[in-house]
Write a protein that binds this ligand. Structure first.
Ligand code: PEP
Ligand code: MN
Length: 263
């Protein structure tokens, strides 16, 4: 169902009055984690003013250490809803546990499947039973073929609104957090009609690389970007070193449009 051969035209999804796929570049921005009402509403207002089309923010966080901040969980979802009500930005947030599925279907505009759950097949099957758009991150060491098969797990259940997100893969290189596989953009565009967006924040782990990787992604034909933005990156509870400030975000957005790929 994801295969371009049976669906030659690009899929375009309309979500909360915004489009993903087609000629517009979707801009999803916000903090790694929702930390407080003031934080999420402030960031949402700032990124909206600079051109973001969706708000991101983790409520349930997949942290490497169980002793690290795990997210505000249900309260985080409530705060995202407040930020959406104040700005009109549709919300994107990660699901970890099928036990929260009904809540996510009710509250969230795009449900994110994190890299660590890309092959959680029972979760994918349950998402396939919903009608919600799914942002499917590439697994830490997943091949393009495995990633597309995970999209098929969702689509096989009848939910065809899947958006791929390349967020860097594991390689021998450890200067960057991961290695951004820009070649995933033309590969997915050739193999599938589904949109593909790029996460330069998790791909590099380094704030100064976010702008050049956004430019490269857009030039290579990405359908969108998902960028971590924090009002005070030094104090962020998660992923501060890769988070840009609202001012930095505004600068990036003013620059990237001119790199857009010519068809
Ligand atoms: C995230 O987007 O907050 C996240 C945890 O990303 P990933 O699953 O790509 O590591
Ligand atoms: Mn993060």
């Amino acid at each position: 169902k994801a295969n371009r051969a049976f669906h030659p035209d690009d899929s375009i999804f309309e979500i909360g009055g915004r489009k993903i796929g087609g000629k517009d570049i979707a801009i999803i921005a916000g903090p790694c984690s929702v930390e407080s009402e003031e934080q999420i509403v402030g960031i949402a207002e700032a990124v909206k003013a600079s051109g973001a089309t969706f708000l991101r923010g983790g409520a349930y966080k997949p942290r490497t250490s169980p002793y690290a901040f795990q997210g505000l969980e249900a309260e985080g979802l409530e705060l995202l809803k407040i930020a959406r009500a104040k700005t009109g930005l549709p919300i994107v947030t990660e699901i970890m546990d099928p036990a929260t599925l009904d809540q996510f279907v009710e509250d969230v505009d795009i449900i994110q499947v994190g890299a660590r759950n890309m092959q959680n097949f029972s979760l994918l099957k349950q998402l396939g039973q919903t009608k919600k758009p799914i942002l499917l991150k590439r697994g830490l060491s997943a091949t393009i073929e495995e990633w597309i098969m995970s999209a098929e797990y969702i689509m096989a259940g009848g939910n065809e609104q899947v958006i791929f997100c390349e967020r860097g893969i594991r390689t021998f290189e450890n200067y960057t957090r991961n290695t951004l596989d820009l070649s995933a953009i033309p590969a997915i565009r050739k193999l599938s009609h589904l949109p593909i967006i790029i996460d330069p924040s998790h791909a590099t782990g380094l704030r100064y690389m976010v702008e050049p990787m956004c430019a490269a992604a857009v030039a290579a034909g990405a359908d969108g970007l998902i960028i971590e933005v924090h009002n005070n990156p030094e104090k962020a509870l998660c992923d501060g070193p890769q988070s840009v400030t609202p001012e930095g975000f505004s600068h990036i957005i003013s620059k990237v449009a001119k790199y857009a790929a010519v068809e």
